[in-house]
Design a protein around this ligand. Sequence first.
Ligand SMILES: [Zn+2]
Length: 444
Amino acid sequence: MLRADSEMCDHAVELCQRLLRIDTTNPPGNEREAAHLLATELSAAGLEPQVLESEPGRANVVVRHKGTGQKPPLLLTAHLDVVEADPSQWRYPPFSGEIAEGCLWGRGAIDMKNHAAMSVALLTRLSREKRRLDRDIIFAGVADEEAGCALGSGWLCDHHPELVRAEYAIGEGGGFNLNLGGKRFFTVQVAEKGFCWVRARVRGEPGHGSVPRSDSAIVKLAQGIVRLAGGLPTHRTRVVGEFLSAIAAAQPAVLQPLLAAVTKTAALPRLLKFLPDPSVARALGAMLSNTASATVVRAGNKTNVIPGLAELEIDGRTLPGQSDADFLRELGDVLGPEFELEVMRSAPPVETEPVSSPLYDRILAVLREREPDAIPIPYMIPGFTDAKSFTRLGARWYGFSPVRLPPDMRFADMFHGHNERIPIDGLRWGTEVLTDVVCGFAGS
Ligand SMILES: [Zn+2]
């Protein structure tokens, strides 16, 4: 079986650095140069990549390393675009690809040019060594994930499904270590929330600003926003249950009965506020219910006129098992009958069911071999990824972009944060792990 040697890890680091030096901030994205860089690497190794543009400059690169065809393909995928970065907040410029303090710095270092670099390092090696696996290995480097996937994976799946259809897909969403209560956990993303973006409107008596009203549209809207901040009802989901039990099981034995009781109580969301780290509490809270964040408010245009209409945009996120209709019902219960609700855009949650599969087992086996002290855990993310597109074509999705972080570095701080960076040894480790997973699973 192919294992990643140091030359292959060097290649992944070098490719990641070159990708980080290309500014693919979305908007506008401009992924063309990054897609061509990868295509050039893949061509040089004897592969036949295609660069496909959904709009001028919005490039996706797709390549296939042919296997024997005994089993259906495995897709590796990474988005090439990144979110914006404010250079004044960074220790090293965000598009410098600087190597310093043991890390490679740049916007996209962990989200997720690292995964593109590791995947291309693996495919080029497989091709150079003419290794025939049981499965085709497809790599798709896609545009536009950060703005909703329409010009990237969504477009690819609509216009070129035959190029990216696979039985399994490995993309972002997990693969990093979480350090909780002195234990290390490695996440494997097997679910992500859906989204349901809603416009809510409420009406009230208009009037002159010199005579205040307590029943104006703006007052009703403000009261609605405050009620929304109180949260939505808790729902038990299988993946979150397994995630919490795995964390609880790793804690000292004396705490276990208490933790088991706490994770089952309906009051869990309220108990979270006693956690020492508010960001962990918020993240866990978002795993327990549908959520609704008020994000845009609109009302009035004259200082002395009380408007008759006020409007709110709500970023809603739905748990696996919950539909848009379920979410709208909960929203209606909180906001009340005076609010009209209109869905602006939505996509259902993604859940890999059942979690277990030969690929999942392979991921666990590789993690246990390489990190015997760490505990793999199934994981659900509150946001969305390209999984929304590729699972439409039938792929079973695992969010597993492997990276090992030191205890003082949190994935959540790096992800879309200032000073995004990846430890060089964590990237090399990821290259080894991804190679072990893919080659062990697809047979080499
Ligand atoms: Zn991402």
